[in-house]
Design a protein around this ligand. Sequence first.
Ligand code: SF4
Length: 356
Amino acid sequence: MSDFSTRILDWYAEHARRLPWRQPPGRQEQPDPYRVWVSEIMLQQTRVETVIPYFERWLELFPSVDALAQAAEQSVLSAWEGLGYYSRARNLQRAARMVVDEFGGEIPQEPDELRRLPGVGRYTAAAIASIAFNRNVATLDGNLRRVFARVFDVSLPAESPTGEQALWELAQAHLPAGWAGDYNQALMDLGATVCLPHNPLCLVCPVSEFCQARRLGIQEQRPVLKPKSAVPHKFKAAAVVVQGGRVLLCRRPSKGLLGGLWEFPAGEAEADTPEALSAAIATGYHLELKTLVHLGELKHAYTHFKLTESAWRCELVGDAGVLAACPFPIEWVRLEDLEHYPMGKVDRAITKLLRD
Ligand code: SF4
């Protein structure tokens, strides 16, 4: 075992974060693979503090692979509501069904088999295999990448194929056989709590004496990342169509942004006017509207764009038969039932406007 690995494991034994999907470090029994798998999917692009309450509720609702496989998609998406990147939830359920159908209900243990499951890539497969089954495989998320790039002064761009390869090799080269789970989790914790993206806490770092970036004073320059491109800003208008105490919701296609969630009919609009909204809804939904009153404006930042959405209360022109022209699944929903329909943040904010 290298000095680097020994130091990392010693530090983890004392400083490991207590997380609901983990066993304390050094414990012989392995953690429940289902809990590890769910946590790893939830943690993709999401902070630990955000994930914990979702994880606990998820385990209450879907305590096993079987329970998840049998659940209705709408309850799965509702349980995920607010975590974002909804394809993760749909993939988790598809993968649960695959585990039941093809693996006899047992989560596979080898990284190659795990990677066959929807939503499980190289990083996640290695994380599950090492943490849940103690397979001797290294993994590499954003936290580990930063630690290795700094400790070993990797100057190749971290997102380039050669840079990524170099970092995976470093992670694997220092992996202590038999301790992969603790080693990977120790590095995750170090990256999340000490080796921070900005102002890393080098004074309390257990591997500072090995760290080349620290010696050279270039911590902030490692890893080498691409400059961030400007985020575009979109403007949309949403139609809150109310009739007889019910409101019209459409279901988004199951693939793509917010796939499978419910929303108020909306479209990109050239201006925040009733005419622009009517034009957008006529094009996207084949519905004719009469716009009554402006309800409010909502803002949200997605990963690739920022959105400002204006909500208008509307009435449908024509009888109920005109809905047949709408290309999406559609439902009239009582206001008190809106909470049972999984939605993205902006549409949920519109329901709050309605309620208030
Ligand atoms: Fe990160 Fe500083 Fe530790 Fe190097 S010494 S690994 S930069 S916290």
